[in-house]
Ligand binder design. Structure first.
Ligand SMILES: [Zn+2]
Ligand SMILES: [Zn+2]
Length: 226
């Protein structure tokens, strides 16, 4: 997984792919939100979401009762888990048939996904409106806003370059971008903005200067030929 991704982006990626089937019982696995607290091994899973087979008739789960039950005083079993987006399967200890089920979030995810789809639709509609009314301030705000859905931010980042307003460059440079693809899109737009406004960055102080400036008006250094 990409560690620059937000939780929301991780979820979007997972939902875009088909659910894995449990290799023990061939049932579709359930998406499971990993609890914030660490697991009994104290290590945690290192990912926000896992797929888990919660089928009570799963051979792994049934066999686990006998196997673990004889080794430990308390009743326990294992369920099959999968790291989303990989072919990597593992076992997770559970201490009742309900163990872990509190975090099954398929239903919740569907609702979240619906809300996200709506936010994306609204976001694109707003961007189209901003473009026709030349509202670059709003497009800039959407590019910088961490709560704007990633896909809408990406489109806003592209659009802000097209709009060609010099004042957008500085805020864009100072923005925080959770993914490489968004960061790259913003850099492309900054380059386009320089091109459209006949400007560039001073190689010494990074302030914005005219493309053809011989001396930087900010730091006073000779920038001809740089
Ligand atoms: Zn299974
Ligand atoms: Zn300078």
């Amino acid at each position: 997984m990409n560690f620059n991704q937000t939780r929301e982006e991780v979820l979007e990626d997972i939902l875009a792919k088909p659910k894995p089937l449990c290799p023990h019982c061939s049932e579709a696995m359930s998406l499971w939100e990993v609890p914030m607290m660490n697991f009994s091994d104290g290590l945690g899973w290192g990912v926000p979401y896992l797929y888990v087979c919660f089928n009570d008739k799963c051979p792994l789960f049934i066999a686990g009762w006998d196997h673990i039950g004889s080794e430990y005083a308390h009743k326990a079993s294992t369920r099959c888990l999968n790291y989303p987006g990989t072919d990597s399967f593992d076992c997770m200890p559970v201490f009742s048939s309900m163990g872990g089920t509190a975090q099954i979030i398929d239903e919740e995810i569907v609702a979240q996904q619906k809300a996200l789809d709506q936010a994306i639709k609204d976001g694109f509609a707003e961007l189209a409106e901003c473009y026709t009314t030349a509202n670059h301030a709003r497009v800039l705000a959407m590019t910088l806003d961490a709560l704007t859905p990633p896909r809408v931010r990406l489109k806003a980042a592209e659009m802000i370059g097209d709009m060609g307003v010099l004042e957008s460059i500085e805020p864009l440079k100072n923005g925080k971008y959770p993914s490489d693809i968004l960061r790259q899109r913003v850099e492309d737009s900054i380059a386009l903005l320089h091109q459209k406004t006949f400007t560039r960055e001073c190689p010494f102080c990074a302030e914005i200067i005219k493309q053809r400036a011989a001396v930087c008006k900010h730091c006073g250094r000779d920038v001809a030929g740089h």
